[in-house]
Design a protein around this ligand. Structure first.
Ligand SMILES: [Zn+2]
Length: 259
């Protein structure tokens, strides 16, 4: 007799799709109420599949799942039903810069949730909002991505200091930026190796954090590039530190290549 697993329902953003044998896939999702969930979609590759094309990356879906949150030996849940709410991947697939930005967003969402089943409503909302903004194309994709990364880092407690010194907390738009110190630094605290970004770049970063698109949308390309560089360096530094402190991150080898 197969074990009857508890059923639950949630809405989710599809982050990743991986092969599981010939006809099945493992879907990695960020759910609204249950955090990051990995679940098998059985028979999804068959033409008669009840899932149709609904479980593709970047889609917002309503899913019914079977799985036991208390059974840590069976972390892989099973998707029973999936209804599409909005399949953003369909729009994004035709636009390479937007598709690339969506891929970075999905990867970052996964890396910021190293522990499965830990709810993070704020990160879910940010991820969904960023994919929606990419699909509607109302802002440049690099701006949507950097706004997402800055705010998503905030959910992990890694927001770069922008309006006060990262070391001593003295307020002000300090001119030097240090990734290892955690953001802008005042002249007294400035460590060796700090950079001096353009004041407009720092202003752009602040506008992305608070969502002031009237400033962000008219920013110059050079400042956007410098902003992206600082955001990426800041994120990378924290992710690497975090990974070193998390030796048991689940990267089991039962999975195939990305589909
Ligand atoms: Zn200081």
């Amino acid at each position: 007799m197969p074990v009857r697993l508890p059923l639950y329902r949630d809405d989710a953003v599809v982050l990743r799709v991986q092969k599981l044998g010939e006809s099945d896939r493992i879907i990695t999702m960020l759910t609204r109420r249950h955090g990051r969930v990995r679940a098998a979609a059985k028979g999804i590759r068959r033409t008669s599949s009840k899932f149709g094309g609904r479980l593709e990356p970047f889609g917002h879906v309503d899913v019914q799942l079977a799985g036991d949150f208390n059974n840590h030996a069976r972390m892989l849940h099973t998707i029973r039903q999936a209804e599409s709410i909005e399949l953003y991947g369909k729009n994004l697939g035709r636009d390479y810069p937007r598709y690339t930005a969506a891929s970075v967003i999905a990867e970052t969402a996964e890396r910021l949730t190293p522990v499965e089943h830990e709810p993070s409503l704020r990160l879910f909302q940010l991820t969904l909002g960023a994919l929606r903004a990419l699909s509607t194309a109302e802002h440049a994709s690099t701006l949507v991505l950097d706004a997402y990364l800055l705010r998503a880092m905030g959910t992990a407690g890694w927001s770069p200091a922008l309006t006060e010194c990262a070391v001593c907390g003295s307020p002000g738009r300090h001119g030097a930026f240090s990734v290892s110190a955690g953001g802008v630094v005042c002249p007294d605290c400035r460590p060796p190796g700090s950079t001096r970004p353009s004041p407009s770049t720092l202003e752009l970063m602040v506008s992305l954090v608070v969502g002031d698109w009237s400033i962000a949308d008219v920013s110059e390309a050079a400042h956007r590039r410098e902003c992206s560089g600082l955001v990426a360096a800041h994120l990378q530094w924290h992710l690497e530190r975090e990974l070193r402190s998390l030796p048991l991150v689940d990267r089991s080898n039962t999975e195939g290549e990305s589909a």
